[in-house]
Design a protein around this ligand. Structure first.
Ligand SMILES: [Zn+2]
Length: 247
């Protein structure tokens, strides 16, 4: 059995990169809540505009995009995050991990100077959604570009090398951040701030008489995953990652 590490030192600043509004909350919300409670400045970087996040064919897309930005800011607040919430605004479903997008991610890493960067594991096998894959590559490639002064010198901003990269939805998790019940409660609250996603992502139909039971089932699924992740390291509740410290 390979050894699974537990708990990085609380970083002074952490930047979480997600493909869509809500991905960060699913992937590492409890970890961010734990760190925020301990004084870490938590920033969000959302790559796409979330404009595919509705099952309603008559949904106005500009309105959906604006709504999801508001929800993402509410979710960040629910985690206790006090940093920036940045939207790159690429069209949902069409994110690419090209040099233009990498330029942007590197810029924000240099500007915010996080000690830890978190993002989707781009090497997660059989992952279907291309945005998650591309956002993962952008996170990894953005770290590489940000740390070296000869990448994108026209940014005229000091290069920055984070101490650690944590990849969530990890194909080969080897690190767990243990979390307490306060962090779990904040993760639930942050997920549920994404009200527009209740039906499509969380299987909760707020107009249904079953909505309370559906919400309870969603919360149970989130907790089940936290328990399963914790078990990887022999702790009660946690979030699992692939950790990279050789940056
Ligand atoms: Zn997503």
């Amino acid at each position: 059995m390979s050894t699974v590490g537990v708990d990085l030192p609380t970083p002074a600043r952490a930047l979480a990169v997600g493909a869509h509004p809500d991905d960060v909350e699913f992937g590492c919300g409890a970890t961010l809540a734990k760190w925020a409670a301990a004084g870490c400045v938590v920033d969000h970087l959302v790559c796409t505009d979330g404009s595919k996040g509705s099952w309603d064919p008559d949904q106005g897309l500009a309105e959906l995009v604006a709504r999801r930005q508001v929800e993402q800011r509410e979710a960040a607040k629910a985690l206790g995050a006090t940093g920036e919430v940045v939207f790159l605004g690429w069209p949902d479903g069409e994110l690419e991990s090209g040099v233009r997008q990498r330029w942007q991610v590197a810029y924000w890493i240099r500007r915010l100077r996080p000690a830890v960067v978190l993002g989707h594991d781009p090497w997660k096998r059989y992952r279907l959604h291309p945005d998650h894959r591309h956002a993962g590559f952008l996170t990894v490639d953005g770290v590489v570009a940000a740390r070296d002064p000869h990448f994108f010198p026209e940014q005229q901003i000091a290069h920055h090398r984070p101490d650690a990269l944590l990849l969530f939805e990890a194909d080969e998790p080897d690190h767990v951040e243990q979390v307490d019940e306060d962090a779990v409660a904040r993760k639930h609250a942050a997920l549920e701030a994404h009200l527009s996603q209740m039906r499509s992502t969380m299987d909760v139909d707020l107009d249904s008489p079953e909505s309370e039971a559906q919400l309870a089932a969603f919360r149970a699924r989130v907790r089940e995953r936290l328990v399963a992740h914790g078990q990887l390291a022999g702790v009660p509740v946690g979030e699992a990652f692939k950790v990279v410290t050789d940056l």
